[in-house]
Structure formats: C-alpha cells, structure tokens
Design a protein around this ligand. Sequence first.
Ligand SMILES: Cc1cc2nc3c(=O)[nH]c(=O)nc-3n(C[C@H](O)[C@H](O)[C@H](O)COP(=O)(O)OP(=O)(O)OC[C@H]3O[C@@H](n4cnc5c(N)ncnc54)[C@H](O)[C@@H]3O)c2cc1C
Length: 335
Amino acid sequence: MSEVIIIGGGPAGLNCAYYLAKSGKDVILLEKHAFPVDKLCAGGLTVKDFEELPKDIIERAFVTQIIHTPLGKTTFKTSKPVIFTVNRRVLNKWLFERAKKAGTKIEKEKVIKINGNIIITKNGRQYNYCYLVGADGSTSIVRRHLNIPTKYAFIAWQTSIPFPLKDIEWFLDANVFGFGYGWIFPHKKSTVIGFVCSNPKNAFKAKTGFLHWLKKTHALVINSPFKPYLINTDYRGHHFGRIFLAGDAAGLASGLTGEGIYFALGSGRSIAQMILSKSNGQNLYNNLLKVKYRHQKAARALKCLPLPLLNTFFECFRNGLKIAFCRELIFKRYG
Ligand SMILES: Cc1cc2nc3c(=O)[nH]c(=O)nc-3n(C[C@H](O)[C@H](O)[C@H](O)COP(=O)(O)OP(=O)(O)OC[C@H]3O[C@@H](n4cnc5c(N)ncnc54)[C@H](O)[C@@H]3O)c2cc1C
C-alpha cells in the first residue's frame, strides 16, 4: 500500500509529487510515456506561471504582440514581457528531475483500470493507495472512474515550422474560428502554429481559412500536418473522498484561452497541501478557481454573441489594445 499514487507525469502530477515527496510522503507517480514527455502544447506562459517555475527555462520573452482581425492588424508593446515561451520537453524534464530528487518513485506504467482501491496497469502490475491523484490529462481514466462527464472541451490543432518568427501573434475571425482563435508562438529555433475553433465540426474550414491567412500575412506555406489534442475545460469538482483531480483531468484549463499549465501546476501544489492537511491547500485551489471562473464568465458572454457581432467585438478588442490603460486592464484580469 502506497500513501499516495499519482497518475500522470505532466505539470499537475509532477508538481503534486514534488510537494508531497518534499514533505516526506511516500509517493508513486505512474506515467505511461518515457520522460521527458513531449505533450502537444504551444508552451506559452504568462507572468503568473513563474510563481512555480524558474525563469531560466524560458526560451523567449515577448514585449511585442500582434493581433490580426479581418479588418487589419495591431502591433502593441508592453513595458515588460507579459508572455513567454518554453519548450514543453524542457519544462517536463525540469519538473521530473525536481520531483525525483525530492524522493518521488516514478514508474513507466499505463493505468488501464481502477477497481475500488486497486490500480491495474497494462504490464499487469497492481497498486493500492491511501490517496489517489488523477493528473492524467484531458482523457483522464480517474475522471472516468468517478463517472464525471466532460461536456466542455476545446480541440486544439498544432504544427510547427523549423525556424523562429519574431513576435507572438493572435488571429481572431468568427467566420474562420467561431469563438476560437489562431496563434503563432515563436520559440528559440522553431515556431509553433495552431488554432482552436469553437465547433470541432468546422475544423477543416478553420484550417483552410487559417492557412490562407498565414499565406497572405507572412507568405507562409505550411506543409507539416496539424495534430489535434483535447483541452478539458469542464470543471466539476476536485475532491472526491480519497481521490483528487488536478489540471486537465479536473477540467481546469481556461474556457476562454485554453491555457492550462498555470492551473495544472497550481492544482497539483494545492492538492499536495490538502493531502498534507495544510490549511492553505483549499485556499490555493480556491484562488485558482477564481481565475478559472473569471475566464469562464468572459467565455460564456462571448459565446452568447451571434457571429457577426463577435467579429465586431474582436475589432473593438483590437482597437482597445492600442490604448495602454485597456491593455493593462486586460492583462491584469486575464493574463
Ligand atoms: C495544442 C495545444 C496547445 C496548448 N498550448 C498551451 C499554452 O501555450 N499554454 C498553456 O498554459 N497551456 C496550453 N495548452 C494546455 C496545456 O497543455 C494543458 O492544460 C496542460 O498540459 C495540462 O497539464 P496536466 O498535467 O493536467 O496534463 P498533461 O500535461 O496532459 O499530463 C497528463 C499526463 O498523464 C499521462 N497519462 C494519461 N493517461 C495515463 C494513464 N492511463 N496512465 C499513465 N499515465 C497517463 C500522459 O501521458 C501525460 O503525460 C495547450 C494544449 C494543446 C492541446
């Protein structure tokens, strides 16, 4: 019997493991892939992520961002960098090494079944637990074991090109992405390009529209395939007796932007504090939920707008970003 079993070695699982192991708990983390895991992700972080992460993993820091809408583009600058890119493998390696050094036992096992208190893996191994943490991402087996449905999720498509572009860029057009958006996230030696669209059935149309836009604005012809991956934004609780859910497994990613690393790191840490019976555990989770609900409220309001009005909103948003006061307000609330 292990005190704590964590399923999933992403930011949520590894951060949870680190705080538990550091405090002397007996922790086993089960991850189906070999480390460092290279999950499909743009690797975009904002200032708030560095409450948990060291600055030396940053690949690029940006003071300039570009917003494109059907009627034009706006380039805006901030006095300090507000957005950063990291390599997901490097982030995963750093979190993995820290958790391992603190004493986490990490095993390469794919969990295929949870039977009461017993966890069964593909290799036929069985584990008993006192506490179980489901940090196994958007298709979480722990969430399914708890019978928690996932109704709200994004599907994001991503590819990369083997050279770095200059600035972070955002593409907003309700006729192409619906309520979603396209992005360009430059890294040190490459650039990640991707999009989310509000209706997955329109993915082909969104991809075609986006490719056309990229050709027009950057003379870019993308030949590499776009790979899809789910982002669960459907939060329905995180504490179920001796079982906890963290990160994407809990549906914590933002329903507005799809950002999830901040929520994964924070929820991993706060669940560790709850298991350690530290009084600040629930407070930490509540603070995350405050940010999550703020994003959710904005997302709901936008989703109520008919498509032509959504584009009018995007134009106002782009023009609003030209004003320093509005820009600061947006980053303070949603950055
Ligand atoms: C295309 C795309 C771009 C994104 N870009 C950004 C971005 O720029 N910024 C940002 O903040 N967020 C971004 N996100 C979201 C972000 O990647 C996730 O929110 C974040 O990775 C969630 O972390 P997690 O630890 O909860 O889950 P994950 O990172 O998904 O980790 C879960 C781990 O569990 C393992 N696992 C799953 N099932 C099992 C099993 N049965 N047994 C054992 N192991 C298992 C997986 O292999 C995985 O390593 C993006 C997502 C996508 C899809």
